[in-house]
Design a protein around this ligand. Structure first.
Ligand SMILES: Cc1cc2nc3c(=O)[nH]c(=O)nc-3n(C[C@H](O)[C@H](O)[C@H](O)COP(=O)(O)OP(=O)(O)OC[C@H]3O[C@@H](n4cnc5c(N)ncnc54)[C@H](O)[C@@H]3O)c2cc1C
Length: 429
């Protein structure tokens, strides 16, 4: 058991944050800000940098390597916070004994170890399950990490793409149900902002390079509507633009992706689409070791109340894509949850400065999507969750805001004033 004490000889609880991308890094940094020196904090991630996922499509379509643009080292920020970092793979969680099993990842062959926690913040995201899509490795493309981003970049810019049809869409997302509040609807796709963004960004690229037009592109979705979480009026506006004005194809209710072939995609509902380029977002599938835990739902997402604490194990909290309440899977929701978790821990330590901000999770979709030609769309909506706000805007200003948010994120080391919320309220809302 950790035996650190503070200056008054009082035991300092050990907060263990698993994962250090959007959810985990922001949570760790805000816990230090809110709880000050009352806790020891350790962050564990298999890699020592944050991958700035939302900007991968625009860097790829700009023929820039995401590795050089979108890897943000975070070690220095954690060091300044006096937060420990362990570069290791999380292998399992022993909830009764409060230990996490890890294996260091810098070199292969490392021996397993155990790390004790008093508080556990799970921000491990999920497995993006491309491996479950038959044919993906050979014929599929995507934009969710640097490896796949560069694979697509080479396909487009090294002369492999011959101007044929393009399919963009998602495989079926499997969401759990256990413990979900009634406003959390079952979703058939985990995150469909990217397909919208990819279709618009690609269509600008095709025209700029004279490789084709937006008519080359077909969007597909397992849902009734693509990106339904933006709110149906917004989706209808988007589809009017994409289908009626730009001439894109659109197929809905496809079931799941059954198989990707060289010349197209077959879906489980029997439909198929011809495509030279197949860009697919997969099922967001929780890590194997999360499945079957008493804190997890049927799929392996962490069940929490609206203060992000597991009801049976309130010392365990979840942030970001690993959380059952983050649906759709959006970094913006993880950011809101990280703020809640930091306040919860500060409150337990008796040092919460602004109790009036100690509010339950209330999701809002906040999203900037690249459209090419230095334009972006901006969506601010809580319609999907029963709210009344539904805003979609487009233009150069929103592109500047998208890029500005990344700069702010890097400058603050993952501690922005709130996923662009204040900025968007001033400029966009
Ligand atoms: C193309 C694309 C565009 C997107 N655009 C937007 C957008 O515009 N706005 C938005 O809000 N969201 C967007 N998203 C969603 C957003 O990227 C995710 O919601 C966000 O990354 C989730 O953050 P997270 O920290 O919860 O999980 P992740 O980003 O998945 O991070 C998990 C971290 O845990 C680490 N990890 C995982 N397993 C282990 C293990 N076993 N041991 C050790 N470390 C481990 C990983 O290395 C990683 O650092 C987009 C997603 C995609 C794919």
């Amino acid at each position: 058991m950790a035996d650190n004490v503070n200056q008054n000889g009082k035991y300092k609880p050990h907060v263990l944050v698993l994962g250090s991308n959007f959810g985990g890094l922001t949570a760790a940094r805000l816990i230090r800000e809110e709880a000050k020196e009352t806790v020891d904090i350790t962050v564990i991630d298999r890699k020592p940098y944050l991958l700035f996922v939302p900007n991968i499509p625009l860097e790829v379509f700009g023929n820039h390597d995401p590795v050089s643009k979108l890897h943000m080292p975070f070690y220095q920020f954690l060091k300044e916070d006096k937060t420990n970092f362990l570069q290791a793979e999380v292998k399992g969680i022993d909830i009764e004994s409060k230990y996490v099993d890890i294996v260091p990842t810098e070199r292969s062959g490392s021996a397993p170890e155990k790390v004790y926690y008093d508080y556990l913040v799970i921000a491990l995201g999920t497995r993006l399950d491309y491996a479950a899509i038959p044919g993906f490795g050979e014929y599929g493309h995507t934009v969710s990490d640097s490896y796949y981003g560069n694979k697509l970049r080479r396909f487009l810019f090294e002369g492999h793409y011959k101007g044929g049809p393009i399919a963009v869409g998602s495989a079926r997302f499997k969401m759990g149900k256990r413990g979900n509040p009634e406003w959390l609807h079952d979703m058939k796709a985990a995150c469909e902002g990217p397909p919208l963004e990819i279709s618009l960004g690609l269509s600008s690229l095709l025209e700029e390079r004279k490789w084709g037009t937006s008519k080359n592109i077909t969007l597909f979705t397992p849902g009734e509507y693509i990106a339904e979480d933006a709110g149906i009026p917004i989706v209808k506006e988007f589809l009017h633009m994409a289908k009626d004005q730009m001439g894109m194809g659109y197929i809905n209710n496809v079931g799941d992706v059954k198989q990707i072939y060289k010349d197209g995609i077959e879906f489980t509902n029997g439909a198929s689409v011809e495509a030279e380029l197949k860009i697919v977002l997969p099922n967001w599938n929780p890590h194997e070791f999360m499945k079957g835990l008493p804190i997890s739902d049927e799929e392996g997402f962490v069940v929490t109340d609206l203060f992000m604490r597991n009801p049976e194990h309130p010392e365990i909290m979840a942030v970001g894509d690993a959380s059952a309440l983050a649906a759709p899977k959006l970094g913006g929701l993880g950011d809101m949850q990280a703020r809640i978790v930091a306040r919860q821990i500060a409150k337990d330590m008796g040092v919460l400065k602004h109790p009036e901000e100690d509010k339950p999770f209330k999701p809002v979709i906040m999203c900037f999507g690249d459209m090419g030609n230095r334009k972006a769309f901006y969506i601010h909506s809580d319609l999907f969750f029963g709210g009344k706000t539904g805003i979609m805007k487009m233009g150069h200003m929103y592109y500047a805001m998208k890029m500005g948010f990344k700069e702010m994120y890097y400058q603050t080391g993952g501690k922005p004033p709130g996923w662009g919320i204040k900025l968007t309220e001033v400029m966009g809302g």
